[in-house]
Structures are given as C-alpha cells and as structure tokens.
Design a protein. Structure first.
Length: 169
C-alpha cells in the first residue's frame, strides 16, 4: 500500500474517532448532557441557596459602599447605629441610590425574618447578613444568629489620622 493511501486512511480514522467522541460527550454523557436529571450531589438545600444569595448581596453592597468611599475622600456613608440597608427608607440606601451606586435595595430572601445590616462611623464599616446554615463556616455566631460579615476600613482616613498623631509625646 502506498503512503498516500495510508495517510488518508489514518486521517479518516482520526476524524471518525474525534467525531464519535464529540457526539458521545455532548449527547450521551450524563455529566455534560443538560437534559440528564440532576443528581442529589449537585442539588443544594433551599437554605443554602438563600445563604448564597445573601453572600452575593452583601458582596454587592460592599462594592457600592467602597465605590462611594472612593468618590468621597475616603469616607463611607455614616450610620451610627445598625441600619436596615435593605429598606428603601434607610438613609444609607437613599445616599447610595442618589449617587447611582445602587438602583434598588437588595432584600434578604426571607425579608420578614432577616435583613441586611450596615453600620459605619465614616472611616470603617460593617455589613451583615444572617445565614441559615450555622455549620457552613462562613459566619460568626452571635447569640442565636449566624452572621456573615464584611468589614472595610478607609486607608486614606486612617492614614490622615495617624499623620496627625504625634508618636513622640
């Protein structure tokens, strides 16, 4: 057999092999077949789904607060007591909305039971959300609540404060 015919046969075998693998992988493999029923390992509980949403919401609120700080000389929106930032009447939400940092309040998936909290004295802040799964390792136990927290500090304001403090006294 001449080498040209051998090369063509090998090429045909490779094309059929890759084509067959592609068809099997996309249409018959249960892992990548979107119409295959989900296994119990890939499903999460409703509580964990709500907790995942809470974490994403708090991360989004943190981004909004940090953006505000970057545009306001290193100062965060002030709330001397914990505010329900998920409430449209919250002063902090109104501040973030007025500056186009948030369009609408991000509400806890169980709004009659939980809310997102915010406190800040201007140079640092803390955002909190209560998680339902107390064994997730993603939160701090506080009383009977499992609180997911994000804290931030304005490095600019902290630096200004430290520059004013005389260490030689």
């Amino acid at each position: 057999m001449d080498t040209k015919k051998t090369a063509i046969i090998i090429l045909i075998i490779l094309i059929l092999g890759f084509g067959g693998y592609f068809i099997w992988k996309n249409y018959f493999s249960p892992v990548s077949n979107p119409s295959a029923p989900a296994t119990s390992q890939s499903q999460i509980s409703p509580e964990d789904a709500r907790d995942n949403r809470r974490i994403k919401d708090i991360d989004r609120l943190s981004e909004a607060v940090e953006s505000y700080m970057n545009d306001h000389d290193g100062q965060f929106p002030v709330a001397n007591e914990v505010e329900k930032i998920s409430d449209e009447e919250s002063n902090v939400f109104k501040t973030l909305k007025a500056g186009n940092y948030l369009e609408k309040p991000l509400k806890d998936p169980a709004p009659n039971k939980y809310y997102y909290g915010y406190i800040s004295h201007g140079y640092e802040y803390e955002l909190t959300a209560a998680l339902e799964n107390k064994t997730s390792g993603k939160c701090e136990i506080s009383g009977n609540l499992c609180l997911y927290k994000i804290r931030g500090t304005s490095e600019y304001l902290l630096e200004q404060y430290l520059l004013r403090y005389d260490y030689n006294k």
